[in-house]
Design a protein around this ligand. Structure first.
Ligand SMILES: [Zn+2]
Length: 170
């Protein structure tokens, strides 16, 4: 599926304009998170918890498409300790509740990609995708042209979500 980023292309290009590729062996998540909180806004980090972090997906399917990422660099959910996995699930659960209230969405998608065949772009560092869904959000472009138009500014979405995520209780 192609992605058509229409009204905010220049700001999108500021972040590279390409899907992150892990060809250098440097993890795109670890490399951003290791820079520290001073760079969180630049990297669209919404909230740091004890064992995981919530970051807006740079290649979203919908506004509010976030990634819940453990600090621990492992490919599989089962490789995390119970404590880390527990926090990951508590954070994911709290986000689904918040999104239902905040967006009044008609549904949600939540999941993670495991292994090369799953289609994940960063298979070496497991992460959970969460995104709100709305009836009709798959339009004719997606159905007929295999292209999904994205008509929102990801930086504006970040600013809108900062406060709700800052007060998210788990
Ligand atoms: Zn990593």
């Amino acid at each position: 599926m192609d992605i058509l980023y229409a009204p905010w292309r220049s700001s999108y290009l500021k972040f590279g304009g390409k899907k992150p590729k892990d060809t250098s062996g440097i993890c795109p998540f670890c490399s951003k998170l290791e820079l520290g909180v001073a760079y969180d806004e630049q990297h669209l980090v919404l909230r740091r918890f004890e064992h995981c972090v919530v970051m807006l997906n740079l290649h979203p399917y919908n506004a509010g498409h976030v990634l819940v990422i453990p600090y621990q660099h492992v490919p599989e959910l089962h490789q995390l300790s119970c404590e880390v996995r527990g926090e990951l699930m508590e954070v994911a659960s709290a986000i689904t509740k918040m999104y239902q209230e905040l967006f009044a969405c008609d549904g949600l998608n939540m999941g993670y990609n495991s292994g090369k065949a799953s289609g994940g772009s960063v298979p070496a560092h497991m992460h959970i995708h969460i995104l709100p869904r709305f009836i009709g959000d798959t339009g004719f472009l997606a159905a007929l042209a295999d292209t999904k138009p994205i008509s929102f500014d990801i930086n504006a979405v970040y600013q809108q979500l900062k406060s709700p995520f800052a007060s998210l209780e788990i």
